[in-house]
Design a protein around this ligand. Structure first.
Ligand code: 5AD
Ligand code: SF4
Length: 462
């Protein structure tokens, strides 16, 4: 029999995209085939997200579809990995469509679990009973070995890669499920991170994005020295081949922020981009969210960032309709959004997550239609800000790292030309669409901006 082929579907954030890349490499190394075509796969692996109910519902409906498919293809194996696997463990295991459940901490075992399940035709469940307990050394070691061994070959975008600097989260914002599904914060050793970036550079990677739930609190003590994110950025800046370094997501706290902003100002390779969610502009709501800062303190951090790195582009996240959010609280969020002058914002409607403190203590008392209206209103406010900021680019030349073909058709193309519509991003994370040869994917290019819109810049190759 030829090696079984696996199709991986990824829901959720960059962490999940990185995990899927690692799993892809690991499975390939173990002799599995990987396919982009779900129809021809022997195994479907779904990498899941639990951050909002909507994300989980999408996975459950995908599983419903697979349950039907299995009636005509009884040999098809279905695995669920990632955050939902950890959160719903046994319940998912009982789902008719599911053969394998593997939590984020058990990912290093994925090839073995899959091989066992296929060989023995028996369901497999691998999750941690007590996710918040300090992980045993051997488990940390297994995660670290897995992390360093894989992910060099399999990347979603040419010329780019994600590198995790820390697992988990210790912040416990009252609405958030992450600390319960990804476990306690564990920072990776700097030597392992730098070695990985070096290997990626050797493989042609130009942009590395360092990932952590609160990436700016990265801290690792080895002997006498404590390393912070700024140290990683400075060391990685010296690696030949690496052109751009980004990092997400930052938590609005003083800790290490000065050093990180200084690294941004000092190294031409550290991109002038900061993703630092405020979540709300109301101090009352921020307190209920356990965010440990006020709106004024948040804005002070942004002032400081702009003083050290004047052209820094800032992105944010907001949750609207948090329990108890009045019109006045929402107005405070609009005010903060205006003052913060974000490049762009991700806006979410509050979704109660079982097990979190907000869910246990507070009633989800904002009606769905109010959440929806506030979401639309805040988006409109942000759109005007983004529109204004984007207009500044008209007539200017920008450097972009080309991602590949643009999915949406935006520009007129000469049908006879070999050029295609490409999309790339600037160091400040602006999306740029322009016509050019597909061979530019993974390369840096210069584009002159001829047209702007709130979220996308359009231009011509220089
Ligand atoms: N409901 C809505 N949005 C949430 N987020 C996290 N938890 C929830 C929740 N329960 C949002 C936050 C976070 C982003 C990744 O998802 O804004 O920054
Ligand atoms: Fe969730 Fe807060 Fe941790 Fe971010 S910092 S992952 S919102 S608990």
């Amino acid at each position: 029999m030829s090696s079984p082929s696996v199709y991986i579907k990824t829901y959720g954030c960059q962490m999940n995209k990185l995990d899927s890349a690692l799993v892809t490499s690991a499975l390939r190394a173990a002799g599995f085939g990987l396919t982009d075509n779900a129809k021809e796969a022997d195994v479907v692996l779904i990498n899941t997200c639990s951050v909002r109910d909507h994300a989980e519902q999408r996975v459950l409906s995908h599983l419903g579809h697979l349950k039907h498919l299995k009636k005509t293809r009884p040999g098809l194996m279905v695995g669920v990995i990632g955050c939902m696997a950890q959160r719903l463990g046994e319940k998912l295991f009982q789902h008719e469509a599911v053969d394998l459940v593997c939590g984020p901490a058990q990912i290093p075992q994925i090839s073995q679990l899959l091989a066992d399940a296929l060989h023995e035709k028996q369901k497999r469940l691998a999750i941690t009973e007590k996710i918040r307990q300090k992980e045993p050394e051997n488990q940390n070691l297994a995660l670290e070995q897995f992390e360093s061994a894989y992910g060099i070959e399999d990347r979603q975008l040419p010329g780019q890669a994600y590198v995790r600097v820390m697992h988990g989260c210790n912040r416990f914002c009252s609405y958030c499920v992450v600390p319960y599904v990804r476990g306690p914060e564990v920072c990776r050793p700097p030597a392992a991170i730098i070695e990985q970036i070096r290997k990626l550079a050797d493989a042609g990677v130009k942009q590395v994005t360092l990932l952590g739930q609160t990436v700016n609190s990265y801290k690792y003590t080895a002997g006498e020295k404590t390393y912070c994110l700024a140290d990683l950025l400075a060391t990685a800046s010296n690696i030949a081949g690496i052109e751009w370094l980004k990092f997400v997501t930052s938590y609005p706290a003083e800790e290490f922020l000065d050093e990180i902003l200084q690294a941004m100002a000092d190294s031409p390779k550290v991109c002038h981009y900061l993703h630092m969610p405020a979540q709300s502009g109301s101090d009352k709501i921020l307190r209920a969210m356990s965010r440990h800062y006020t709106a004024a303190q948040y804005l002070e951090l942004l002032d400081k960032a702009r003083a050290i790195v004047p052209d820094i582009a800032v992105a944010g996240d907001f949750i609207v309709g948090f329990p108890g959010e009045t019109e006045e609280d929402f107005q405070a969020t609009i005010d903060l959004t205006r003052k913060a002058k974000y490049k762009n914002c991700f806006i979410f409607k509050y979704s109660p997550r079982p097990g979190t403190r907000a869910d246990k203590k507070l009633q989800d008392n904002i009606p769905a239609e109010v959440k929806k209206r506030r979401n639309i209103e805040l988006l409109a406010v942000q759109e005007r800000i983004s529109d204004e900021l984007s207009r500044d680019f008209l007539g200017r030349q920008v450097k972009v790292l080309v991602e590949g073909l643009s999915k949406k058709a935006h520009l007129n193309l000469d049908q006879s030309s070999s050029e295609r519509q490409l999309v790339g991003r600037t160091a400040e994370d602006w999306i740029v669409v322009f016509n050019g040869p597909i061979s530019l994917a993974g390369q840096l290019a210069k584009v002159k901006i001829t047209k702007t819109s709130p979220l996308t810049l359009f231009g011509q190759l220089c």
